[in-house]
Design a protein around this ligand. Sequence first.
Ligand SMILES: [Zn+2]
Ligand SMILES: [Zn+2]
Ligand SMILES: [Zn+2]
Length: 91
Amino acid sequence: MSCQHLNDLTDEQIIPKANYPVFRCAECILINGRWVHLRICQTCGKMLCCDSSEHQHARRHAEETGHPVISSAELGEQWLWCFVDEQMKEY
Ligand SMILES: [Zn+2]
Ligand SMILES: [Zn+2]
Ligand SMILES: [Zn+2]
């Protein structure tokens, strides 16, 4: 099984973590929520919280917008995840 979303995304197109001066969930800060890990939407660049977080903003964002692919924003981690195809890819 393969995922066209991940196949289409070249390493050069992946949004660098260095673009973000502050690492925080864009939705949690509005509701005083707490996150565990952070993810970056590769379609619009929004930084949001992971599935282990109470509000799962990255997953909800994908469902609401149709933006399929996130990357991990965690230092030392270099992987992408597609919510549509449930496929992971390291880069
Ligand atoms: Zn996909
Ligand atoms: Zn959040
Ligand atoms: Zn997005």
